[in-house]
Design a protein around this ligand. Structure first.
Ligand SMILES: [Zn+2]
Length: 221
């Protein structure tokens, strides 16, 4: 509904997502992919746009002629049946497990070693990149009332910033719709809850993008 106002249709729009590769997010992303027809994957662990400029340019080059780009992105966190953040019961598992595992891993390292620094490991490139981008927020996170919630918000900020810098560097002139937020993964058969932080169309009609925010109905766009 939101994007149809801007002339976006499944035929003229190529969808992509920059959300954590955790399979728990598949169901939410698939709702968008089913509607828009395709799904280019821009992100790795934590939702960090690790496909980078090269990946984004590949995505952009696959766009329909005179078309549009639409990117769903952001961080995620589990919520248990008891309301505990970071834990969620996945289908087929009797016990709860962590979500987002990448952020929980970083939080664990920061809690044990407040001056934790990232050691580069070619076998762990995605986690290294995500952690390096979030280390600047370590003090804020550790001092927060709910460290995981704050880390999840900082992760959104990082993903939002990196994605927008990539788009700027790619010098896109076509309309680019951005729908960013935090996904709360819920147990069992409950639908995940997506809280939008940014809903914006860049280059809409050749004009500078206009910003709307806090519109929860956008998730049905
Ligand atoms: Zn994750």
């Amino acid at each position: 509904l939101w994007l149809s106002v801007y002339g976006f249709t499944p035929d003229n729009t190529l969808f992509a997502n920059a959300t954590c590769r955790d399979e728990i997010n598949t169901r939410s992303v698939q709702i968008f992919a089913d509607h828009w027809g395709e799904d280019f994957k821009l992100a790795g662990l934590g939702g960090y746009p690790s496909a980078g400029l090269t990946g984004f340019l590949a995505y952009a080059h696959h766009m329909p002629d005179a078309g549009n780009l639409f990117i769903l992105y952001g961080s995620h966190v589990g919520v248990s049946a008891e309301g505990v953040l970071g834990r969620v019961q996945r289908s087929g598992m009797a016990h709860e497990s962590g979500s987002c595992g990448a952020l929980l891993s970083l939080l664990d390292k920061l809690t044990r070693t407040p001056r934790y620094t990232v050691k580069e490991d070619p076998l762990d490139a995605e986690q290294n990149t995500l952690e390096k981008a979030l280390l600047a927020s370590a003090a804020d996170v550790l001092g927060a009332q709910d460290p995981l919630l704050t880390l999840t918000e900082r992760a959104f900020d990082v993903i939002d910033d990196v994605l927008r810098r990539i788009i700027e560097r790619a010098a896109m002139t076509c309309p680019v719709a951005l729908l960013g937020g935090i996904t709360f993964n819920t147990p069992g058969s409950f639908d995940d809850c997506f809280v939008p932080y940014r809903a914006e169309v860049l280059n809409a009609g050749g004009q500078a993008g206009r910003r709307e925010s806090g519109l929860s109905e956008l998730t049905s766009a």
